[in-house]
Write a protein that binds this ligand. Structure first.
Ligand SMILES: *Cc1c(COP(=O)(O)O)cnc(C)c1O
Length: 415
């Protein structure tokens, strides 16, 4: 991918100025601000503009509907290479499975078309195993293990992927209820990683109960890297199957997911999906580009300097905060979500007597600007904006700072 650069600083700023006042406000700006502006000048010739779709600056996070994350250059290169030659998918999956297993310390790994697809195929593995006749029958699971146990606080919309196998969710709250719910019908026990603080049975206890009963466990940790250690931690803790999204914090292809865990089960998950035509997961096909792309993304992720990256995020936050802090009525603070998207975010809040603007209105005005800016969705009640800086491309934080500053000043009560 190549962004179009104009030759002169002034030319760039003139074009950028046509994009928006926010960008033109960068006259005399530093080179990283110019890099951010150049990207947006370049976007004028993108496939998105050709389609009449305005691209966006992602100051929100790895939201699927906002197209999640951007691929690092080594991943783009690997996918481009993969696109130029044919290769047998079973051999590719096996080779990449081995490589990712070695990188993460899991017994085995499978590239799926997303974390949700991994939930589907993992559940199918627990219900049908490697039995071709059972694999074909799903979602008719008459006579097979048909229940998945889940804590009430761990119910989540993505669970639809699990139910697609035909299983029934059995909801429990206490440890005693959990133990009582286990029967010969239990196919699997499901744990939603970010719900750990809310549920009564915690990770280790959950794994221990399942182990004793001989029931496989599935952990959904889709949005839970960083920190990097999570890629090893949960398999080591004893979860049989662990799911991560490939297109979120790992910054692999948006249509990729990672299933890590015990070899028998991960192999069974593969048999319950593409390229096997008569399987429940056939609709969740991954191609050579995603398989190779996710492998490179995991490799890149394991090698990169996570501390330097964290410092970069903090410096983006400090920059944006400094641009708005002096506006009367405005306050800023940094926060890090406890699990899921565990990276520094900026909260900018204001008092409505000074700036009579609701949260949703602020988000909407940023969305309507050029470049279009998306911030983190919130409940819309408090007058504030939550800004995720980790999905911004280099220099874009300066465009966000300029746009937010301009918005707050415009909406401020005069006098
Ligand atoms: C995003 C997410 C998923 C789905 O991930 P995809 O890779 O988009 O399929 C599943 N579970 C949780 C908790 C998520 O945050």
């Amino acid at each position: 991918m190549k962004w179009v650069w104009t030759s002169s600083r002034r030319g760039l700023l003139r074009q950028a100025g046509m994009l928006s006042a926010a960008v033109s406000g960068l006259a005399g700006a530093s080179s990283s601000a110019l890099a951010g502006a150049a990207r947006w000048v370049g976007s004028q010739k993108s496939v998105y503009r050709e389609l009449g779709v305005r691209p966006l600056i992602n100051a929100a996070g790895t939201y699927t509907a906002l197209s999640a994350s951007l691929l690092p250059p080594p991943v783009v290169r690997a996918m481009e290479e993969a696109a130029r030659f044919h290769a047998p998918i079973p051999e590719l999956q096996a080779a990449v499975g081995k490589r990712i297993a070695a990188l993460t310390g899991a017994e085995y790994a499978l590239v799926t078309s997303g974390a949700a697809a991994a939930l589907l195929q993992a559940t199918a593995a627990c219900v049908a195993g490697k039995d071709p006749e059972k694999i074909r029958r799903i979602p008719d699971i008459t006579g097979l293990k048909s229940e998945v146990i889940v804590q009430k606080a761990h119910r989540v919309a993505y669970e639809h992927a699990i139910r697609n196998v035909g299983v029934r969710m059995v909801e429990v709250e206490t440890r005693a209820q959990l133990e009582q719910a286990i029967s010969e019908r239990t196919a699997m026990m499901f744990f939603l990683n970010f719900a750990d603080p809310k549920g009564q049975v915690k990770r280790r206890e959950f794994v221990e109960i399942a182990r004793r009963a001989g029931i496989p466990t599935l952990l959904d940790a889709a949005a839970d890297v960083p920190p990097q250690g999570r890629l090893q931690e949960y398999v080591r803790m004893g979860f049989d199957l662990v799911v991560f999204s490939g297109g979120k914090g790992l910054r692999g292809p948006q249509c990729s997911g990672l299933l890590l865990g015990r070899r028998e089960l991960v192999e069974a998950a593969y048999l319950n999906g593409s390229p096997h035509a008569d399987s429940v997961g056939r609709g969740c096909k991954v191609g050579k580009e995603e398989i190779v792309g996710l492998w490179k993304a995991v490799e890149y992720y394991m090698q990169k300097d996570h501390r330097a990256e964290w410092r970069e995020w903090e410096s983006r936050i400090a920059y944006i905060a400094a641009q708005v802090a002096s506006i009367p009525g405005v306050k800023t603070e940094t926060f890090v979500p406890e699990i899921a998207n565990e990276v520094p975010h900026l909260r900018i809040s204001w008092t409505e007597d000074r700036i009579p603007m609701k949260n949703a209105q602020a988000a909407d005005l940023l969305r309507k600007g050029e470049p279009r800016i998306e911030v983190r969705p919130s409940d819309g009640k408090l007058p504030n904006l939550e800004i995720g800086v980790w999905m911004l491309a280099p220099g874009e934080h300066k465009l966000v700072a300029a746009a937010v500053r301009q918005l707050l000043l415009q909406q401020s009560r005069k006098g």
